[in-house]
Design a binder for this molecule. Structure first.
Ligand code: GLU
Length: 293
């Protein structure tokens, strides 16, 4: 909550500036992969930058999914786990913010831009495809992963093996997602049933209300890994580069997050984050090149 934080930041900034004046050289960010918050302070970041503001506050609000195994799945303690969560934690770490300073907020597909625009969250890491429509409203760092739209059916239903088999079928997806948009725009014969979150599609699939679920392959792989009655069908048929959403035109913050991504590619933290989460089910890819558009 940027606005809530500003008053406190101004106060602390004065103190920190005084302290910084006493200290020697500002420390370089230590790109360790040990999961501890980096030893950062406001002196490491340009004055007035979002990074300085967040580092000062010692807290960051991160929007992620709460219902997607492998990427963002909330546990009984309210803390989500998954690859997106690890990416969020690595960014927070490099601001000197440890786990206690991260507030996780559930974002669903349809509210991500709004939550960034109205300051409910500082960043969104939530299987969030970078595209031009969304870039009109917010900015993206990344990509940090590349997924693709695919299809999930009951394992017992072998009639659907790819998008061409969806004609006349009822397909569940999520409002405000790119797979929904793709189905509506490019597959006019498909009957699209949009829900609020992908986990809402599981029961209708099981009880035969819908024939398939369609979204990113890695989200579907997470559901299938938990349930032998489900199967992912065919090859991905779109490109879904995942980005980190942040306030539009905060170029300094976007550049800095892109730098962090390149650091974590380099120092092994990205691979470690993948292997401990999505990599338990999916092969480990090469990290994609960051797009500094
Ligand atoms: N990556 C797609 C999107 O951002 C689908 C997954 C999702 O809805 O989170 O819309």
């Amino acid at each position: 909550m940027r606005t809530r934080r500003r008053g406190a930041v101004a106060l602390i900034a004065a103190t920190t500036l005084a302290l910084a004046a006493c200290s020697s050289d500002a420390e370089e960010p230590d790109a360790g992969a040990d999961g501890d918050a980096e030893d950062m302070d406001v002196a490491d970041f340009p004055e007035g930058s979002t990074m300085a503001e967040l580092a000062e506050a010692g807290s960051i609000t991160i929007g992620t999914k709460f219902d997607q195994p492998l990427f963002g799945l909330v546990g009984p303690d309210g803390v989500p786990v998954g690859f997106d969560v690890e990416i969020g934690r690595l960014i927070a770490e490099r601001l000197g913010i440890d786990d206690d300073g991260i507030e996780w907020v559930e974002t669903v597909s349809a509210n991500r831009e709004t939550f960034i625009e109205n300051g409910t969250v500082d960043i969104v890491v939530a299987t969030y495809t970078i595209n031009d429509d969304r870039k009109e409203l917010i900015s993206f760092a990344g990509p940090y992963y590349e997924a693709g739209q695919s299809i999930l059916t009951l394992a017992s239903n072998e009639d659907i093996q790819g998008p061409d088999d969806l004609d006349g079928k009822n397909v569940c997806t999520v409002s405000g997602s790119t797979p929904e948009q793709n189905l509506v725009e490019n597959f006019p014969e498909v009957e699209v049933t949009p829900f609020g979150a992908y986990s809402d599609c599981l029961e209708p699939l099981k009880n035969g209300q819908v024939d398939a679920i369609s979204t990113d392959n890695v989200i579907l792989a997470g559901f299938a890994a938990d349930d032998p009655e489900l199967e992912v069908r065919g090859e991905p048929f779109t490109e879904e580069p995942y980005g980190i959403g942040l306030a539009k035109d905060d170029d300094e913050f976007r550049d800095w997050i892109n730098d962090v991504l390149e650091e974590i590619y380099e120092d092994g933290s990205w691979t470690e984050a993948w292997e401990s989460t999505a990599g338990t089910v999916l092969p480990t890819p090469e990290p994609p090149a960051v797009d500094r558009y």
